[in-house]
Ligand binder design. Sequence first.
Ligand SMILES: Nc1nc2c(ncn2[C@@H]2O[C@H](COP(=O)(O)OP(=O)(O)OP(=O)(O)O)[C@@H](O)[C@H]2O)c(=O)[nH]1
Ligand SMILES: [Mg+2]
Length: 297
Amino acid sequence: MRARELGRKSVVVGDRVSLVGDVSGADGALARIVRIVERRSVLRRTADDDENTAEGRHERVVVANADQLVIVSALADPPPRTGFIDRCLVAAYDAGIEPLLCLTKADLAGPDQVVGYYAELELPYVLVRPDSDLDALRTLLAGRVSVLVGHSGVGKSTLVNRLVPDALRTVGVVSAIGRGRHTSTSAVALRLPRTPDADGDPGWIVDTPGVRSFGLAHVSAESLLHGFPDLVEGTVDCPPNCPHTPDEADCALDAWVANGKADERRLASYRRLLASRSGDADPREPERNPGDPLAGS
Ligand SMILES: Nc1nc2c(ncn2[C@@H]2O[C@H](COP(=O)(O)OP(=O)(O)OP(=O)(O)O)[C@@H](O)[C@H]2O)c(=O)[nH]1
Ligand SMILES: [Mg+2]
């Protein structure tokens, strides 16, 4: 139980708490959460349940105390969206959580397009197919708390079930239009099992429900840039308080890209994010970048 004075939404997955009462864990034992330990990190997203009303855009804590954000993207079915991945990267840097790109369904499509897009970034990634061994991923998860985020149907719960054999996470099917069915409805933290050939703490994994988009209204315009480390250096020659928008003639990012220092698609993605914050963007497809599969459809 949670002490009443803590409030209804005070405890989130990943929180470390102080308990009083019967902490034996036995059947029928009753303990009370009386204190939430100061959080090491807080991953937030702005929910876009109803983008049209101010009340519809509320900030949600996804998980507390995560060390690593595992951005799960299928290579097909549903197709990858670099705009979505870019948003997750912004959220990760904003929260001080290390990103890891996990590309699933590598049996259905190759990773070159997605990996090429992030070539400039030192973004670690792993490929997952149904028959791949997960040793490399386990090594990256060891000793830390990792949270999986991604669209519905990309295979988060499938992966959790493989990593934690007794997790029993329900797995859904992807519909003909390439969308998952939002099979998982709440976040769950699971302790990873010890493996015979690795000593030390194997870490924790948090499965989360699929999200349609990763809203960033809570991130300042200035902080958005931190999700684009390949562009940061390019802003050194910008005028003071440069908004980095396409209509800012003196913005140094255009020359930075023209000189081959960064991929022009990354600058376009950054500017789409800037525009989405000022309400200029098409809200229906907030994270589809030109060049993504099906981008124009
Ligand atoms: N071909 C292929 N299919 C996969 C792979 N991983 C998962 N799937 C399938 O993708 C579908 C959706 O998987 P889930 O694990 O439920 O996806 P999820 O990300 O947890 O979805 P939500 O809980 O809705 O957010 C299932 O039918 C899986 O069998 C993979 O590596 N290759
Ligand atoms: Mg799931």
